[in-house]
Write a protein that binds this ligand. Structure first.
Ligand SMILES: Cc1ncc(COP(=O)(O)O)c(C=O)c1O
Length: 366
């Protein structure tokens, strides 16, 4: 079976991981700091915090935006993992669904404006489906006009490019995920990128019970400092960070392989199969390669019989009982969700694999 996802674990991680394992420091220690320094350089900001998952990073952002007031509403997409939206309701917020483009699955400035005619809101959450950038600048301008916080869920988007700016440049909060099957993994892990220094400093406290962990001369750090606000236990540990550090140097290579495979599919499918086009203002990280077909479920099973793993990966999550009170008609979501299918595109797909996959898709797609 050609897998849809594969864990990237470089061989040269074994030695440093063993070293960390026996170093006497396996909690949040020097490796976490080192990984954060790497991320700061890559994301061109000092305001980056690692977390134990991407979901935790979003939870911190919504803790700061919503603050459990039970009055705030976040406009968001249902075409995503439920992890995008759970932290909104878990922080006491309300959801306002925004429709998506029926082909890209992304929120657009038009669908956002339509949602703003429908709802009063405090924040907007966007997801770049498969790593293909939304029109972030336009969306960010709308957010500024309406005094809305912008949160970018970049769980699919490590390595994505948009208008030459680093990820998170246009938003108040942004997140990446280093979960098992992402471009690079820490086993599990994530990071939060904050626009403001004050949010970063607050998130840093919230990440570990609310305690300031700065080492100070003469202070017994767990016991003597005041905790201004109750926090979580969301920090990354040194084992996860060691994997992240070692894997990070392969990021460009990995993303380039995803892109190369995607461009091959584009060239074969052009005029024959509808596929998600890359945003011309950026470069997709192609964590997913998504096609649209009328016989999606049949195609999925036919491809499985031919040894090719495919999936919807995420289906609309506005239909879950937990979100029932927020339901409304979303024609773009309906259309995307009826026809979308993700085919293997990652670094493990060889030229021979992709030729075989494209041939079988063309054979069975309707
Ligand atoms: C779009 C999206 N957002 C958020 C998450 C959650 O990230 P994590 O698994 O790192 O908590 C995922 C899945 O991993 C995702 O696909």
């Amino acid at each position: 079976m050609i897998p849809l996802f594969k864990v990237f674990m470089p061989e040269d991680v074994d030695k440093p991981l063993l070293e960390t394992l026996h170093s006497g420091f396996i909690g949040e220690g020097p490796r976490v700091l080192e990984f954060e320094e790497l991320l700061k350089k890559y994301l061109q900001t000092e305001n980056v915090l690692t977390t134990n998952s991407g979901t935790s990073a979003l939870h911190l952002a919504y803790h700061m935006i919503i603050g459990n007031t039970k009055l705030k509403r976040v406009l968001t997409t249902p075409i995503t993992c439920t992890a995008t939206n759970n932290p909104i309701v878990l922080n006491g917020g309300k959801i306002g669904w925004v429709d998506v483009d029926p082909i890209t699955g992304n929120i657009t400035s038009q669908t956002l404006k339509e949602a703003l005619d429908y709802y009063y809101a405090d924040a907007v959450s966007i997801v770049h489906w498969g790593g293909n950038p939304c029109d972030i600048e336009e969306i960010s301008n709308i957010c500024k006009e309406h005094d809305l916080k912008l949160v970018e869920d970049g769980a699919h988007s490590l390595g994505m490019e948009y208008k030459g700016k680093p990820f998170g440049y246009y938003s108040d909060f942004a997140m990446h995920s280093f979960q098992a099957i992402k471009h690079i993994t820490c086993g599990d892990g994530g990071c939060l990128i904050c626009k403001n220094k004050e949010d970063y400093e607050r998130a840093k406290l919230l990440r570990w019970y609310g305690v300031d962990r700065t080492i100070r001369e003469g202070i017994d750090l767990r016991c003597e400092l005041d905790i201004p606000e109750a926090g979580y236990k969301f920090h990354m540990n040194d084992l996860a960070a060691t994997i992240g550090i070692k894997s990070f140097k392969y990021l460009d290579e990995i993303v380039n392989k995803h892109r190369d495979n995607a461009k091959y599919y584009d060239s074969i499918f052009e005029g024959k199969i509808k596929y998600v086009p890359e945003n011309p203002n950026g470069k997709s990280s192609y964590w997913l390669y998504t096609i649209h077909v009328e016989n999606r479920d049949e195609l999925m099973w036919k491809l499985k019989e031919e040894g090719i793993m495919t999936s919807k990966v995420h289906s609309r999550n506005d239909t879950h009982s937990m979100f029932a009170e927020f339901k409304r008609d979303l024609p773009g979501v309906e259309s995307f969700n009826r026809t979308h299918l993700c085919i293997p595109v990652g670094w493990w797909i060889t030229e021979q694999d992709r030729e075989y996959i494209a041939k079988k898709v063309l054979e069975y797609a309707k």
